[in-house]
Design a protein around this ligand. Structure first.
Ligand code: ADP
Ligand code: NI
Length: 216
C-alpha cells in the first residue's frame, strides 16, 4: 500500500514528465500554481485535500491538445490512478472532476462536488491577476497577435467566434474572457481571491491605456 503522500509525489513526477514538451500554455508551472491554490482552497473550504491535490495535478493530462482524443486522455488518467492503487471512490471522483473540467467552454456543466468546484476555481484563478496578465501576453506572442489594437472596434459582448475572426489581441482577451471569470467562481474563498486579482487587472488596464496615449 502506498501512502497518500507517496501517491502525490509519484503524480508530481508523472505530470512533470508528461508536460515536459508542452507548448500550449499548460506547462508544469501552471500545474504547480493550480495545485498550490487548490490545496489552499481545500483547507479554507474544508474539502478533501487529497482529492483536490491529485485532481489538480492531473487536470491537464487529459487535455485534447496532448492526446489523440478526450477519451484517450481520460483513459490515460484512469490507468495511472489504478496502477497506483488509488482507492476506487477517489478514482471515480477525480475522473468526474477532470472530465467535467475539460468540457470548458462547451456546455458549461456545473461541477458536481465541492472538490470539483475547488479545482475549477484554482484553474480559473491562474488566468487572473499578475500571472493571468503574464500568461495572456505570452500566449498572444506565441500566436503572433498584437498586444493591443485600439482600432479593433468591438470589445464588450464579443462572442468567442467574432473575437477569433477579428485577429485577436492580448488586450481583447481580457474582455472576451478574463474580466468575466470573477462572476463564474464557485466557492467563497475562490471568489474573494478572484475579486482581488480582477481589481489588479483593472488597475493594469487603466495604466496601460494611459501610457498608450502618453497621458502619464
Ligand atoms: P486553460 O488553462 O483555461 O485551459 P487556455 O489553454 O485556454 O487556458 O489558455 C492558456 C492561457 O492563455 C490562459 O492564461 C488564457 O487566459 C490565455 N489565453 C487563451 N486564449 C488566449 C487568447 N486568444 N489571447 C491571449 N491569451 C489567451
Ligand atoms: Ni489548467
Amino acid at each position: 500500500m502506498q501512502t497518500q503522500t507517496e501517491i502525490l509525489s509519484k503524480a508530481r513526477e508523472f505530470v512533470k514528465q508528461e508536460l515536459a514538451t508542452d507548448s500550449s500554455g499548460h506547462d508544469w508551472w501552471h500545474i504547480y500554481r493550480v495545485t498550490s491554490t487548490a490545496i489552499k482552497l481545500a483547507q479554507a473550504e474544508n474539502a478533501d485535500a487529497f482529492v483536490c491535490e491529485l485532481a489538480a495535478l492531473l487536470h491537464d493530462i487529459a487535455d485534447e491538445k496532448l492526446n489523440e482524443s478526450k477519451t484517450a486522455g481520460m483513459q490515460k488518467v484512469k490507468t495511472w490512478l489504478q496502477e497506483n492503487a488509488v482507492a476506487e471512490t477517489a478514482v471515480e471522483h477525480i475522473l468526474e472532476i477532470i472530465g467535467t473540467m475539460s468540457f470548458n467552454g462547451g456546455n458549461n456543466k456545473p461541477m458536481q462536488t465541492l472538490e470539483g468546484r475547488i479545482v475549477q476555481d484554482a484553474d480559473r484563478l491562474d488566468a487572473l491577476g499578475a500571472i493571468g496578465i503574464g500568461r495572456t501576453f505570452a500566449y498572444a506572442g506565441w500566436k503572433g497577435h498584437l498586444m493591443h489594437n485600439p482600432e479593433l472596434a468591438v470589445r464588450e459582448n464579443m462572442t468567442s467566434e467574432e473575437y477569433r475572426n477579428s485577429g485577436g489581441t492580448a488586450i481583447n482577451h481580457f474582455y472576451e474572457k478574463l474580466l468575466k471569470l470573477k462572476n463564474l467562481m464557485n466557492t467563497a474563498h475562490g471568489r474573494k481571491l478572484a475579486e482581488e486579482r480582477h481589481a489588479f487587472m483593472e488597475t493594469f488596464l487603466n495604466q496601460f491605456y494611459q501610457e498608450w496615449e502618453a497621458e502619464v
